[in-house]
Design a protein around this ligand. Structure first.
Ligand code: PDD
Length: 276
C-alpha cells in the first residue's frame, strides 16, 4: 500500500516506506500536531491557498511556529515531481521531537514536518451512516491529528457496515467523522454554523459560496438532531469525498432522496467550481 508513495520528512524527500521517526516525536506521544489534506484534480490543486490559511490558523492556535514558505515549497516539489493527475497531499506539522516525554514542551523545540502524495480517483458513492454522540474535545475548529473521538465513533459505525457518522453534541448536529454535513429540510439547504465544535471545511466553504451566488434557499444555524427525521436528503463534504450523498441512516429508519433537486444542483455547482 505505501510502496512507491513519495514523501518528505524534515525537508528530505524519500519513499514513505523509508522514513523513520523518533518515538519522542510529540506527534507520536501526544498527538501534538496539525495537518492538512490538499486535493488536486486534473493536475491542479483545489483551493490550496485556503488550506495554507487553515494550516496557519491551526498552528497559531497550538502556538507551533511554522515556516509556511518551506511548507509550500515542499508541497509543490511533491506535486511537480509526481506524474499523478488526481490525488491529495497529506501534510503534518508536529511541535517537534522533544528531549524527554513531558506534557510541558521544551521552549526551544523545532517543529517536525512530514508529508506525502497519495493518488486518488475522486468518485463519490452514496454513503451508509450512523448517528452518534460527538465525544470529541472542545476545539474541533483546529485541524489537529488528535482524532481519537472520530476514530472510536467511526469504527463503531464501521462494525455496522457504515461508511461515515453524523455526530451531535447535546442533540445539536455537529459534523461527520471526517467531513461536514448538509441536508435539505422544507426545501432549504441547511448546514451547522461554524463554531469551535466543527472544522471549518474548505469544501463546505466552496459549496456555500456557490449556493449563495446562485441564491439557493440556505440556512446556517444550530440544528437539533431530530430535524433529520424530516430531511429529504443528506450529504457530506470533504476534500477527498467532494459532495457525497447519504443513502441510508441506520438509526433513523428513513428513506433519503438521492435524486433531490437541491442536492443535485449542489453536486453540479461544486464540480463546476473545482474543475474551472
Ligand atoms: N477530513 N470535518 C472533519 C472532522 C474532517 O476531518 C474533515 C476533512 C472535514 C472537511 O474538511 P475539508 O472540506 O477541508 O476537507 C470536516 C480530511 C479529508 C481527513 O482528515 O482526511
Amino acid at each position: 500500500m505505501t510502496k512507491n508513495i513519495k514523501a518528505v520528512y524534515q525537508g528530505s524527500f524519500n519513499d514513505l516506506d523509508s522514513i523513520k521517526i523518533s518515538p519522542l516525536s510529540r506527534a507520536f506521544l501526544f498527538s501534538d500536531s496539525i495537518y492538512e489534506v490538499i486535493p488536486f484534480q486534473n493536475n491542479s490543486f483545489i483551493c490550496s491557498e485556503e488550506h495554507f490559511e487553515r494550516l496557519i490558523y491551526s498552528a497559531s492556535q497550538l502556538r507551533i511556529p511554522i515556516n509556511i514558505k518551506e511548507i509550500r515549497d515542499e508541497i509543490d516539489h511533491l506535486f511537480k515531481n509526481s506524474n499523478c493527475s488526481n490525488g491529495y497531499i497529506y501534510y503534518q506539522v508536529s511541535r517537534g521531537v522533544d528531549k524527554i516525554r513531558s506534557h510541558i514542551y521544551n521552549s526551544d523545540i523545532q517543529c517536525e514536518t512530514f508529508g506525502y502524495l497519495m493518488p486518488l480517483e475522486f468518485v463519490s458513492k452514496p454513503l451508509k451512516v450512523a448517528v452518534c454522540e460527538d465525544i470529541r474535545w472542545g476545539r474541533c475548529d483546529i485541524k489537529t491529528t488528535s482524532l481519537l473521538g472520530n476514530v472510536l465513533q467511526m469504527n463503531t459505525a464501521a462494525d455496522q457496515n457504515c461508511d461515515e457518522i453524523i455526530m451531535h453534541h447535546n442533540n445539536i448536529i455537529t459534523e461527520g467523522g471526517a467531513s461536514n454535513i448538509f441536508f435539505v429540510h422544507e426545501n432549504t439547504i441547511c448546514t451547522p454554523k461554524l463554531s469551535n465544535k466543527i472544522l471549518p471545511g474548505i469544501t463546505r466553504a466552496i459549496l456555500i459560496d456557490a449556493i449563495k451566488d446562485q441564491r439557493l434557499p440556505f440556512q446556517e444555524s444550530d440544528f437539533n438532531i431530530n430535524i433529520l427525521k424530516d430531511a429529504s436528503c443528506i450529504w457530506f463534504t470533504s476534500s477527498t469525498k467532494g459532495v457525497a450523498p447519504v443513502e441510508e441512516v441506520i438509526n433513523l429508519d428513513k428513506k433519503l432522496d438521492l435524486e433531490n433537486d437541491l442536492m443535485k444542483q449542489c453536486q453540479i455547482l461544486y464540480n463546476q467550481r473545482v474543475t474551472n
